[in-house]
Ligand binder design. Sequence first.
Ligand code: UD1
Ligand code: UDP
Length: 351
Amino acid sequence: MRVLSVVGARPQFVKAASVSRELRRDHEETLIHTGQHYDPELSRVFFEELGIPEPDYDLEVGSASHGRQTAGMMVDLEAIVEDERPDAVVVYGDTNSTLAGALVAAKAPPALVHVEAGLRSGEMTMPEEVNRVVTDHCSDLLLAPSEGAKRTLEREDVAGEVAVTGDVMYDTLLWIRDRLGGPADLAVPEEYVLATVHRAKNTDDPDRLEAILEGLRRVSKPVVFPVHPRTETALRGHGLWERAREDLRMIDPVGYVTFVSLLEGAVCVATDSGGVQKEAFYLDKPCVTLRETTEWVETVEAGWNTLVGADAGRIVESIESVGKLPPKPDLYGGGNAAGRVVDELERRWRG
Ligand code: UD1
Ligand code: UDP
């Protein structure tokens, strides 16, 4: 089987790491990096730490508006798909790199496979929601992380075939945990809250961003905050950067090894990241989500994740009241999702 995989942003490197490892045991993979993320701490570090093979193509698309960025990727991807003629194109998650790969494959001979299919926040104003819906409705094979995601796809009556594989990010987390040498080589307080913010809804609206900072600064424990470049630009643009640096432990984005280690050492995490909500669950950490909605609804229903939006009062209150977590359900499989992804591909292409 010949598979062409498309990645481009930080969470996709984490997802593709386990699938790529499994896939390459018996099959041929061509890896394309769109270049959506290009700073070494958002890109290269993940390839090095997770042993991801060098991309066969780097499209170097860089940052741009949604249309320009997605279209730029599509032009190059289309030419590569025509040249390589793979059996399948695999896309991950919900970024513009996902959408570009999906739109190209949907109109070309290879089948389109979506890993992390069936997630919905219900907010069509979120760029990622548009990417998810369009990708799912173009896909031939939809690999869902949970039964709930599968039900969503059935409700939407998608045309492709649906299977539940579990979450491939869990595989990667287990892989890295086996290799962690010890605590992160960062000077962190004994007790701290870890925070990440990068959603467009939170960064582009100065009132929301300020309310989040206000909530975090009122927390009694120190807050360690690796800052996504989008967020740094927004903080500077809204005149909030200096104050944030005074009140919070703002650090550059860290590599995956350091981030997982920081999460393991934290009292809890406050985040608007999709991936981090799940990693908190896997590492037995309470999660306070700085959004009104989430795609990872099962973590909220299980009592492991609290949605607080950008409300300063609710942020402090939720972080200060984290305590014992309820019994842990099995939500997203047992960390063997990548193997199941490859099984599903083989089942489909064996015939
Ligand atoms: C993207 C994804 C989002 C995902 C996130 C993971 C889309 C629409 N959004 O958001 O779903 O959760 O990645 O982190 O695809 N920048 C740099 N260096 C880089 C990359 C970006 O400085 O290496 C800055 C640029 O100013 C850029 C901004 O960050 O304009 C936003 O980058 P972009 O990739 O467009 O979106 P993200 O916010 O990273
Ligand atoms: N992450 C990281 N360093 C950081 C912040 C996040 O390695 O400074 C990892 C995190 O462990 C998770 C992934 O990046 O695996 C999540 O990416 P992000 O929050 O950017 O995107 P999302 O999951 O929201 O799409």
